[in-house]
Write a new protein. Sequence first.
Length: 387
Amino acid sequence: MLNLAEHRQVLFVNSIAMRMPLPGRSTQPLRRILRKARSMARKVQRPVPGLPGFAVMTPVLLPFYGSAKARALNARLIALQVRRAARSLGMTTDVCVATIPTAADVVGHLRLGTLVYNRSDRHSAFPEADTASVERLERSLMQIADHVLYVSSELMAAEHELTGDRAVFLDHGVDLDHFGTPAADAREPADLAAVPHPRIGFFGALDDFVVDFDLLGRVAKEYPDAQLVLVGDTTADLSALTTLPNVHHLGFRPYADIPAYGRGFDVALMPWLDNDWVRHCNPIKLKEYLALGLPVVSIDFPEVRRYAEQIAVAASPDEFVAAVGTELAALATRAAPDTSDTPDAPATSATPDSTGAAQARRAAVAGDSWQARAADLLALVEGHPKT
């Protein structure tokens, strides 16, 4: 949307909640409720300097989607706020891109020319969601949308009977500038610099319905001389992991800082659980790892197979642990001193770039910028080929 706003006006409507944060079922419920309330209290914002075409609003709503009356009231309330915000910006609501199912009840109250449903996940599989209600909303959007965008070929195929030729595969993008070559004066974060090499790393949300923490524990125990570095907020109790001497949970870090941490990894991990959510996902993280040029070990799932030539795809936890060992052994070989011609030469550490593998990984996502994805979307909704 940021890239699209360079060409067309965009009103970004912040997330219409799919569940009410509750004690015992949600992590940090009070913080999440207060954060949402603060966001609702703000008026329409233009948060990006130099990009006046991008505006953001958070509608006031009642997050009780199990109630038909509450949903109907919300639909009218949110649509009214969106129309008023659009009018204040001098724009129409002719094209709407719905990104979550709870927009389904709202779009009928907007004056739309084109409705695009971005089917990025199977949201009804989210643990805190009201599954029956969210499934109904998902199906409603798929039935009425002019275009249904998928990032998962598996999910697109599973729903073909419902979406037909309105289904379009539009892959995720990656911020190539952000995850590309670092500035000449870039420094490694101090907390990461304190962790010795080799480093096995993961950055991103450590969600307990996605990440296989038992598998991470196996990796840490199998390779005690390597350091397992976890960067990200968590919904789980990590004490069983962090009591291991070679596990370092550095916590949440801002998106702006993530590439600096990623560049310090020697091997990057995608240690997913085997569940419905994962089978129909397409993590942006993979493209970010590849844009950094990192060796990657991932559990197998449909979308990751397209990158099987660039990363190690493991069919089982045992294969995953073994693949990490293979990458660590390759790293040790590259870092070994070359004394074939000069026996007294000091040891030098070869970088992954020395094999050309890092360049190949970066090349695999070189065409996947968010600018390219914005151009694809613009061409789709305006009905003409991109230039």
